[in-house]
Design a protein around this ligand. Structure first.
Ligand code: GRG
Length: 323
């Protein structure tokens, strides 16, 4: 029997409405990325005439970051902001910037000197399509552009202050460098063909994948202007979602196929990578991912002033995804 207190409030959106919102969020991110990656894609020389050459760089940037990704990180950023009562226009530049750093990390991860992959998102990797030096420079350009998009396009109005934006940029720098993707990737490569334990595995995944998820949730909350304690709780939630995402990724690398995933599968084993299934087996890894999702949901439930359904829908997608 449903009691009065269990009745959904008339202003609480239903699950279907959150799914509709998810589609709108994806569209907003796609449009935002397209806009930010078209800023200077018809370059002219100093004489005012179109100049041949640099447009290849823009083509490679657009090739790597438009259309094909799942956009999980920007959606997490936006859903966290909306869950906290924030506005889409305030969070969209940061959400797009995060996707650009993610795209950069995939380009560099695929390079011959790293994971050496030919296939990404169902098409040739950037170095295969455009050449190695262009791939390196495309990654460089995306990384620096990401910071500029935040500073140039985030509206400085209530609740965003110059101080909160500086803090956000400082956090972004941490996760994009040696408190995140770079040290995570470094240790991942270091332990190829070396014995590893759970401590090493947790380090790699917490930084290589967890850090950007952590920042996605953290920045979304910060841009909604919620108190620091709420920001910290949502940061932890983001980290748990990131770890769950990576464990599912490790499982899909064993259990799925290249056509479904749009990238080469079975590489972790071939390259003797440190992964959850290698250390714990498939069933325990699946349970660990499930526990992390439950913990993320519990953190959401601990916050009484947010609207968690959009984030819970995303958490469910992360657990159940098949590509
Ligand atoms: C950021 C400066 C800087 C350097 C990057 C190469 C590198 C250093 C880090 C590699 C990080 C990496 C590739 C982590 C793997 C994370 C992961 C599970 C990627 C797959 O993400 P999806 O499934 O991909 O969200 P789509 O294609 O959907 O966007």
């Amino acid at each position: 029997m449903t009691t009065a207190s269990q009745q959904p409030s008339p202003i609480t959106p239903t699950k279907n409405q959150y799914e509709a919102r998810y589609a709108e969020t994806l569209l907003a991110v796609r449009q935002g990325l397209k806009r930010f990656l078209s800023i200077n894609d018809s370059p002219v020389g100093f004489n005012g005439q179109p100049i041949e050459g640099p447009e290849q760089l823009w083509k490679a940037m657009q090739y790597s970051a438009l259309d094909a990704g799942k956009l999980v990180r920007p959606v997490l950023t936006i859903e966290t902001c909306l869950a906290c009562g924030g506005k889409l226009e305030n969070v969209l530049p940061t959400a797009c910037a995060i996707e650009l750093v993610h795209a950069q990390s995939l380009i560099h991860d695929d390079l011959p000197c790293m994971d050496n992959d030919d296939l990404r998102r169902g098409k040739p990797t950037v170095h295969k399509a455009f050449g190695e030096s262009t791939a390196v420079l495309t990654g460089d350009a995306l990384l620096a552009l990401a910071f500029g998009i935040i500073t140039k396009h985030t509206p400085l109005n209530d609740p965003i202050t110059a101080e909160s934006l500086l803090q956000l940029i400082s956090d972004f720098s941490d996760v994009s460098s040696i408190e995140g993707l770079v040290n995570g990737q470094f240790v991942d490569i270091y332990y190829e063909n070396r014995p590893f334990d759970a401590n090493v595995l947790e380090y790699i995944h917490t930084y290589k994948t967890g850090a950007l998820f952590r920042f996605s949730a953290r920045s979304g909350a910060r841009l909604a202007g919620v108190p620091e304690k709420t920001i910290n709780t949502l940061t932890l939630m983001g980290e748990k979602l990131g770890l769950a995402f990576q464990i599912v990724d490790d499982l899909l690398d064993i259990q799925s196929d290249s056509k479904t995933m749009g990238k080469t599968v079975g590489k972790d084993e071939a390259q003797h990578k440190a992964t959850y299934p290698t250390l714990f087996g498939i069933e325990t890894s699946r349970q660990k991912a499930e526990t992390l999702i439950q913990e993320a949901n519990a953190l959401l439930d601990s916050l009484s002033h947010i609207e968690p359904e959009g984030l819970k829908t995303l958490a469910q997608f992360i657990q159940e995804r098949i590509h």
